[in-house]
Design a protein around this ligand. Structure first.
Ligand SMILES: [Zn+2]
Length: 541
């Protein structure tokens, strides 16, 4: 597109790019979103009738659009999963000097184990409050300094000290680092040899209410199989409500607010609590196989180089214990992004000139279980990671209408931002950093699995400045969605959604990927980004 258009042929080609761009429509996006989020698809749980319907629907769509199978002769990549259902026998009990407490599963605490064994127990373990549970040498921070937590249960805060204090000098200030994520906190507690690890839930620093914790962490959990049966992990990993944490700390003679304030200061010392905690979990374990769906449009000149588009097809399925609506339709999260893959597939099949590099469409499983499908692909890649030019992820498209802006989650991390910038200008839009970096969104969707392998990854947000209604209006609607519908059965398709903004975003992402596909250069991570060293090593092999 940088070429000057002097001939008729060139004009024709430009028009054909427009034809491809215009083949992405709100009608078709709505139709496929509606099908994927229908009750018939039962909430698209991995390893369910919903999976069967979903992966076959996607395969048929890709096939009928003329895409090739992405994995040899197959449109599927099998993803082995272990499903563990940990049921507590009795309550979580805490014994203090004076009193004992019992807490009920689901309403007051959650607990799972990643250990694939018949049962795990906390048997009167000592309890230690470890602040944020972070060991981060680069920030000169160690919440486990001078304390041995082996065999004990650690209780810790969600997010990181930078968020708590809004001090830009601490970690990355308000923006969440990976240290703020529960994944990291459990990993670190496991490295420290703790038997149990509980995170105290608070709505603001977690970025979601207790309902999300309860839905996500009760019932069967999926993990990828591991050779040591995950014995190196804590026996029990869970969450406590704020109320439970306050009771425990009070019983041990401390105040939550006081310890929380101390935990946000460098040099914080972990506090042993005069409490004994017990819990027994009985596991039922099932091995199963889910599927990523993968299709490819081979490039015409640089077929061995790949641009990925990805979206997670899965959601939470159905919960037979719920009164009323039992199906987690996951319409916004992430039927929209999955349907977006189909729009992009159509556009790339019709664009002329066709892409010189290969375009891969990847719909991954088990995102809601901890990014498992993308983690499996990224660690068992079908195409070499060093030849994977970029990955573009879509998770929950814009249902609010056209925006003057588009946001980039993880803004500034790579040169991919420049591509977005260029296309946004063509659309008359401006690029902004994600306004809520405290939610740690960069670490919460599938591109993160690719980024960890060094692949430059792009994750755009929807934009917030609505063309007619402005920013306040959009923010209010988004907050309402998070509070009322996020990860709940009420995330259902609504014919009143205004998908024109989603279409703008898809057209933008199409042009970004198309531009990348016509080049021979590789976009880079920015200096100082956490994934750059991995990429440089991968590319130099
Ligand atoms: Zn989700």
């Amino acid at each position: 597109m940088a070429l000057a258009c002097v001939s008729n042929q060139c004009t024709k080609k430009t028009q054909d790019i427009d034809t491809a761009v215009n083949s992405i429509t709100a009608e078709s996006l709505a139709k496929n979103t509606q099908i994927l989020s229908s009750d018939e698809f039962e909430g698209r749980a991995p390893v369910s009738k919903g999976e069967e319907l979903t992966v076959n629907f996607l395969k048929e769509k890709f096939q009928s659009l003329g895409l090739k199978p992405g994995n040899g002769s197959s449109y599927f990549q099998e993803v082995p999963l272990v499903e563990i259902d940990s049921i507590p026998e009795g309550n979580l009990t805490a014994k203090g000097q004076a009193r004992s407490f019992e807490f009920s599963f689901g309403d007051e605490f959650t607990a799972v184990t990643l250990r694939t064994v018949d049962e795990v127990a906390l048997d009167g373990t000592e309890v230690v409050f470890v602040g944020y549970g972070i060991v981060a040498p680069e920030y000169d921070w160690n919440d486990y300094e001078d304390i041995d937590v082996r065999g004990k249960t650690v209780v810790m805060l969600v997010n990181d000290p930078g968020f708590a204090t809004e001090d830009p000098e601490l970690f990355t200030g308000r923006a969440m680092t990976y240290y703020g994520r529960w994944t990291y906190k459990y990993e670190e507690a496991s490295r420290q040899g703790a038997a149990g690890a509980f995170i105290v839930h608070e709505t603001k620093p977690a970025a979601y209410g207790w309902g999300v914790v309860k839905n996500g962490w009760t019932g069967p959990q999926f993990i990828l199989p591991s050779e040591d049966n995950n014995i190196s992990r804590c026996a029990v990993e869970g969450w406590l409500t704020l109320d439970v944490a306050q009771k425990l700390l009070n019983e041990a003679g401390h105040s939550f607010e006081d310890l929380k304030a101390k935990a946000a200061k460098r040099g914080f010392q972990a506090v042993p609590l005069d409490l004994k905690l017990s819990l027994l979990l009985k596991n039922s374990i099932k091995e199963s196989v889910s599927r990523n769906v993968i299709a490819v449009i081979p490039g015409t000149e640089r077929e061995e180089e790949y641009i990925f588009y990805m979206a997670h097809w899965d959601h939470f399925g159905r919960d037979p214990n719920l009164e009323g609506d039992q199906i987690f339709n996951g319409a916004l999260d992430n039927a929209t992004g999955t349907a977006g893959l189909i729009e992009l597939a159509r556009a790339f099949k019709s664009v002329d000139p066709p892409p010189k590099r290969s375009i891969v469409l990847l719909a991954v499983t088990a995102e809601e279980q901890g990014l498992l499908g993308s983690l499996y692909y990224a660690t068992h890649p079908i195409y070499p990671t060093y030849n994977t030019v970029a990955a573009i992820n879509m998770d929950a498209l814009n249902i609010y209408g056209p925006m003057k802006d588009i946001t980039i989650v993880g803004y500034g991390k790579s040169e991919l931002d420049d591509y977005v910038e260029e296309v946004a200008v063509e659309q008359g839009r401006i690029v902004k950093p994600n306004p809520t970096p405290e939610r740690g969104s960069f670490y919460r969707s599938d591109h993160f699995s690719f980024a960890k392998q060094g692949i430059p990854s792009l994750y755009t947000g929807t934009g917030n400045d609505h063309v007619e209604h402005g920013e306040e209006w959009t923010r209010a609607l988004k907050e309402k969605y998070t509070a009322e519908n996020y990860h709940k059965p009420s995330d259902e398709f609504d014919p009143n959604w205004d998908l024109r903004g989603a279409v703008d975003d898809l057209r933008l992402l199409f042009k970004v990927g198309y531009k990348l596909s016509m080049e021979s250069t590789f976009p880079q991570w920015s200096e100082g980004t956490e994934f750059k060293a991995k990429r440089d090593a991968d590319m130099s092999n």
